[in-house]
Design a protein around this ligand. Structure first.
Ligand code: PNW
Length: 492
């Protein structure tokens, strides 16, 4: 396309298409996670090496994107994307090889320090996740997230990291996606890959939440007065629609299980488990002959510790599912949310929602606005920080127009939630900066704004069309004109 044509099209479009611009202070970023990029002695190392069949292409994250060595290149890509911030995670076992603070790895501490300094030197704010699924294996050997002591161990680890980087990192994410850690890790097929008939996942939920709360309170009392940073956790929240009106009530219970279980104890005024869920699990446990509810209660002290342990509400969103009652004898598991055994529900999708490379993921932008509005109805005017959103594909095409469409359409729903529903959304994070080790899908499912050549020792990164769109978006904060412009340019 010649230059003149581009100028004319740009001019025409800026008149034809109304601007759809995010507020001036709104921040754009992108994200990665340590195991998907680095190497560490963690439950994921154990899992992929001992159960290779659990990963669809039998690959591992041993080297992954090799960001351990190539982080300077990553920073250049981030600068080219014009992002305000970069979300990455610290590998607990890289900083504390035993899992405990008796030994701090000098090499690990230096690595993250260099990365943080490198980002700040280019004006990119680090947003740091303390736990993105790579638990030190020695802690798993002691029961992992099913052991109540883990909330102390996590706070010990958090203290080391706050001490190391608290002067430079102002936004912390304690835990990424308790639902995946607990519901899938303790009753399905991500590390540690346990099957505990619903017991482990609820124990884990309680202890993950308490770990978050202890790390939050530690920061609040010892670090916030000096550094004035903000801390929360991020939850992976799907949206749910009843398959038919008959399932409306059941769908509310699914939301209590899947959304509010992780939010109510922290963000509600009353604190504690969502009451409808607490009742349901207690009744069901009793009916099944259990001596106590599988959902462990909070003591008054725990409830108090958790309630209000946030500075923002972190939210990862990808997809929407329909809800129906499972047929008698129908197998429903928790494996990547095919269904919830607890409630006897099966999850589905409407035929018009496009499929992606992830079997759990169908595209339905309107669900994002509905979810954001629900969060506001439930938890009030809390600042909502979107910490993940993006699309998976087979990754073969650098011209990834469907990913551009996905970002544009999902962001439009975010704008509507801000403008029409008054949701206080403060920032947005594209998942992901690079193609990476996509957990059970290995390297077959790609989320990157940049393609990564995993067959090359150089792990060459190449910008996709979506990277150019996102760079324009992060600069102008306007989803509409840039999107139309790029689409038009593609057609020439
Ligand atoms: C998140 N679901 O995982 C993780 O935080 C990332 O590490 C991951 O790469 C990304 O999303 C894409 O998968 C999810 O079943 C796992 O809805 C499962 C679901 C959603 C997100």
């Amino acid at each position: 396309m010649d230059c003149m044509k581009a100028v004319i099209i740009g001019a025409v479009l800026s008149v034809a298409a109304a601007e759809r611009r995010f507020p001036a202070g709104f921040k754009f970023g992108t994200a990665t996670a340590s195991y998907q990029y680095d190497k560490g002695e963690s439950i994921w190392d154990r899992f992929v090496h001992s159960r290779p069949e659990a990963i669809s292409d039998r690959s591992t994250g041993d080297v992954a994107c090799d960001s351990y060595n190539l982080w300077r290149e990553d920073i250049q890509l981030l600068e080219d994307l014009n992002v305000d911030f970069y979300r990455f995670s610290i590998a607990w076992p890289r900083v504390l090889p035993t899992g405990f603070p008796n030994r701090v790895s000098e090499d690990g501490a230096r690595y993250y320090g260099d990365l943080i300094d490198g980002l700040l030197a280019r004006g990119i704010e680090p947003v740091v996740t303390l736990y993105h699924w790579d638990l030190p294996q020695p802690l798993q050997d002691l029961g992992g997230w099913a052991n109540p002591l883990i909330s102390e161990w996590f706070a010990d680890y958090a203290r080391v990291v706050y001490d190391l980087y608290g002067d430079r990192v102002k936004t912390w994410v304690t835990i990424n996606e308790p639902t995946v850690i607990c519901d899938i890790g303790y009753d399905g097929l991500v590390a540690p890959g346990l099957e505990s008939e619903g017991r482990g996942s609820y124990l884990c939920t309680k202890h993950v939440l308490l770990a978050h709360a202890k790390a939050y309170r530690l920061y609040e009392t010892e670090f916030k007065p000096k550094h004035q940073g903000q801390v929360s956790l991020t939850n992976q929240l799907m949206w749910f629609e009843p398959e038919t009106e008959a399932e409306a009530e059941l769908t509310e219970l699914v939301k209590a299980l899947s959304i509010d279980r992780y939010c109510h104890p922290i963000f509600s005024g009353a604190g504690g488990w969502p009451p409808a869920l607490e009742r349901h699990v207690a009744e069901k446990s009793a009916a099944e002959g259990e001596p106590r509810s599988r959902l462990p209660p909070f003591t008054g002290e725990e409830l108090h510790l958790l309630r209000g342990s946030y500075d923002y509400l972190g939210l990862n969103h990808y997809t929407t599912r329909t809800v129906r009652r499972a047929a008698a004898g129908e197998a429903v598991g928790t494996y990547l949310f095919d269904g919830f055994r607890e409630l006897g529900v099966a999850l589905g999708a409407r035929p018009e929602w496009p499929a992606t490379m992830s079997h759990w993921f169908m595209v339905h932008p309107e669900g994002f606005r509905a979810l954001l509005s629900y969060v506001k109805r439930q938890y009030g005017d809390v600042p909502v920080f979107i910490l993940e959103n993006g699309l998976s594909d087979a990754g073969t095409d650098l011209d990834d127009q469907p990913r551009v469409d996905y970002y544009r359409n999902y962001l439009e729903q975010v704008l509507l939630a801000i403008e029409q529903d008054g949701v206080n959304v403060v920032g947005y994070t594209a998942w992901s900066l690079l193609d990476n080790f996509e957990w059970m899908d290995g390297y077959q499912s790609r989320f990157g704004l940049h393609h990564v050549d995993f067959s090359s020792p150089l792990r060459t990164r190449t910008a996709r069309r979506s990277a150019r769109y996102y760079a324009a978006l992060a600069r102008t904060k306007d989803i509409h004109a840039e999107y139309e412009f790029h689409k038009m340019a593609a057609e020439l």
